[in-house]
Design a protein around this ligand. Structure first.
Ligand code: UT7
Length: 341
């Protein structure tokens, strides 16, 4: 699936003098206080700091406190994003929460966050595409904004993967962490060229034939339990760089832009080796790559907004910069969003 709202002169004009673009006007993030270092796994499973750092680049991750939920993390990130955008909750039309670790099977955790924010209008729903969740949710928001369905959308990625890990399985439990990130996306009238601010193009893919390579072995309609994450890591790794390159090349083809034009590459943070080889394959210089996996581990749908917010907050990403987001995860699902900050 492709939103080809890009490519200079070939953009369909929604209005006489321009097009509607989805511009990120604020971002926020939240990490639980507890930090678990690689050394803390020694004694839980047979592993070492050296193995984890060498194979993944991860040095530590944040773990939610007992009773601290996906809604708690998401609410904190959402409040920070609203404050950063200078937008009151009354001005939000829609909340989309990307998560694979909802508070309950239903209702959507998004409606719990909606209620906690004191929002009684509009709508809220969850979106589920595992580690690609934020890219899928942001692309969904872009569609709603460009059709005029909504003007301001809160897009959140929030996860408590620590709750679905098998803490006796060393091949998975060392990889993931908890956290949340959020952005406010607003409609803006732009000229309809690649110089516009906002989302220039987005590309989503999935292929369910890979389901067994990364999944949770429980669910309401199968076991009636929550289940635990299972992954054939080597198989996921084998597919990752090709799939990532596929959606990034689609973004370049749709816009006529190239890796030389990218100011910041903000990939899903699963493994430093995957990030490095993707950047190398695409010709993106290492100094343009935003990396948080060393401190956050893999926070699934939260990883991109966490990394994005960090790079905005520390002044790396500035207005007018061209920012490339990509993710790949369970399903498989994969996708890219190319936007101008
Ligand atoms: O976000 C969703 C997408 N997910 C991903 O992108 C994850 C993709 N996969 C990966 O990042 C990597 O495949 C892993 C980090 C999961 C594993 O790295 P790898 O280089 O592919 O290692 P491997 O699975 O081939 O395992 C190598 C060895 C094995 O031992 P043998 O069979 O060679 O004796 C494992 O049993 O490392 C062993 N191993 C460990 N050793 C110490 C696996 N996990 C651990 C561990 N500590 N935690």
């Amino acid at each position: 699936m492709t939103t080809g709202n890009s490519g200079g002169g070939c953009v369909k004009k929604d209005k006489e003098n321009g097009v509607i673009r989805s511009v990120i006007t604020g971002c926020g993030s939240y990490l639980p206080a507890r930090v678990m270092k690689n050394q803390d796994f020694e004694g839980i499973v047979e592993t070492s700091d050296e193995w984890i750092v060498q194979r993944t680049g991860i040095r530590q991750r944040h773990i939610a406190a007992e009773g601290e939920t996906t809604a708690d993390l998401g609410e904190n990130a959402a409040r920070a994003a609203l404050a950063d955008a200078g937008v009151a909750v009354d001005d939000i039309d829609l909340i989309i929460l990307a998560t694979s670790t909802p508070n309950n099977t239903f209702p959507a955790t998004a409606v719990e966050i909606q209620s906690r924010l004191g929002m009684h209008h509009g709508a809220a729903f969850d979106s589920q595409a595992v580690c690609s969740g934020f890219v899928f949710a942001l692309t969904t928001a872009d569609q709603y904004i460009r059709t005029g369905f909504a003007r301001r959308i809160l897009v959140i990625g929030s996860e408590t993967f620590s709750r679905i890990l098998d803490w006796t399985d060393r091949t998975t439990c060392v990889l993931f962490g908890d956290g949340a990130g959020a952005v406010v996306v607003e409609a803006a009238e732009e000229a309809g060229t690649i110089a516009d601010r906002g989302i220039l193009t987005a590309h989503l893919r999935s292929d369910g034939s890979h389901k067994s390579k990364l999944y949770v072995d429980g669910g309401p309609s199968t076991t009636g339990t929550v289940g635990h994450l299972r992954m054939e890591g080597r198989e996921v790794f084998r597919h990752a760089t090709g799939m990532i390159a596929d959606v990034i090349e689609a973004a370049f083809a749709a816009t006529g832009l190239s890796s030389d034009d990218i100011d910041w590459f903000v990939p899903h943070q699963a493994n430093k080796r995957i990030i490095d080889s993707s950047a190398r394959k695409l010709g993106i210089a290492p100094e343009k790559v935003v990396v948080t996996v060393d401190r956050h581990g893999n926070t699934s749908a939260a990883s991109i907004p966490l990394a994005l917010c960090e790079a905005v907050r520390d002044g790396r990403i500035k207005r007018g910069d061209l920012v490339l987001l990509e993710a790949m995860g369970g399903g498989f699902t994969w996708g890219s969003v190319l936007l101008r900050w």
